[in-house]
Design a protein around this ligand. Structure first.
Ligand code: IPD
Ligand code: CA
Ligand code: CA
Ligand code: CA
Length: 266
């Protein structure tokens, strides 16, 4: 993609993500319309839908030939990553949005022929924008983030939710217990996008989770890549951005140690 066009899309996406965030912040105290989707804990609000519609209208209005993958069903149904594809989560961390009114983000990843070019994660309530362009580094509110430190697993904080302990778990839980014992600590923030952003910022050192959708990861993998980190499926295999993936993201040392010694998918 031509550098000027990429810059134009980047500036435009930032303007829209901030505008969408402003709207959410302004109405944060208003009553919500809450529905459930696949199960009683899988929440969606009118705000998720309206925010997604906002992006669809803006993108289709200005870039008619761009494609859009998004969570709440207003995007396109794609079976290829050809062309320019915006992958959007209008609110990542809907449960936090509903219960806590904080700790949620808007996530936008922009891909050209399958290559991640632009990643934006906007922590709405804290007004913090994480941004990255491929090959140009990752930024937090305009300040460049340093490359990830080469920390070892035993001095790491790992983002991990509790799904691996549940019924029908997809991994060998004994190995996961060993992993939890090995690391310095674990955290679970309830927003995949923020977990990637914190990893890029170096305040987390790894992220392991068993099922994320394209819109949960599209921006985050670009941010992490721009600080020298690696993101793959939990068993080290490449991601498929048109499907759900297991996720392992970390600096290269921790990434390799976790997938080779601790993850045994069933
Ligand atoms: C969810 C969050 C959460 C992750 C879930 C996602 P949503 O996204 O990222 O951290 O564990 O798997 O579905 O539904 O709040 O956009
Ligand atoms: Ca959701
Ligand atoms: Ca999400
Ligand atoms: Ca969402």
């Amino acid at each position: 993609m031509d550098a000027d066009l990429k810059q134009d899309i980047y500036n435009q996406a930032i303007e829209w993500i901030r505008e969408a965030g402003d709207r959410i912040r302004e109405s944060i105290g208003e009553p919500l319309t809450i529905d459930t989707k696949s199960n009683p804990n899988d929440l969606v609000t009118q705000m998720d839908k309206n925010t997604e519609k906002f992006f669809v209208e803006k993108i289709k209005g200005k870039y008619a030939h761009h494609h859009l993958i998004s969570e709440e069903g207003f995007g396109d149904k794609l079976n290829t990553m050809d062309g320019v594809v915006w992958i959007i989560d209008p609110i990542d961390g809907t449960m936090n949005f509903v219960h806590q009114k904080r700790n949620f983000a808007i996530s936008i990843g922009i891909y050209v022929d399958g290559i991640g070019e632009i990643g934006l994660i906007y922590d709405v309530m804290d007004d913090i924008l994480y941004s990255a362009k491929r090959g140009e580094g990752a930024y937090k509110n305009g300040v460049k983030l340093p490359a990830l430190e080469n920390k070892r697993l035993e001095e790491s904080i790992l983002a991990l939710n509790s799904f691996w302990t549940c019924e029908n778990r997809a991994v060998n839980e004994k190995k996961m217990q060993e992993l939890v014992k090995k690391v310095r600590g674990t955290r679970s923030y309830g927003s995949a996008a923020l977990e990637f952003a914190y990893l890029a910022e170096g305040i987390l050192d790894g992220y392991v989770t068993m099922k994320l959708a394209p819109w949960d990861i599209a921006a985050g993998v670009i941010l992490v890549q721009e600080v020298g980190g690696t993101t793959t499926k939990a068993d080290g295999q490449p991601l498929d951005l048109l499907k759900d993936n297991t996720i392992l993201s970390a600096n290269q040392t921790i990434h390799e140690e976790i997938y080779s010694s601790y993850i045994e998918l069933k």
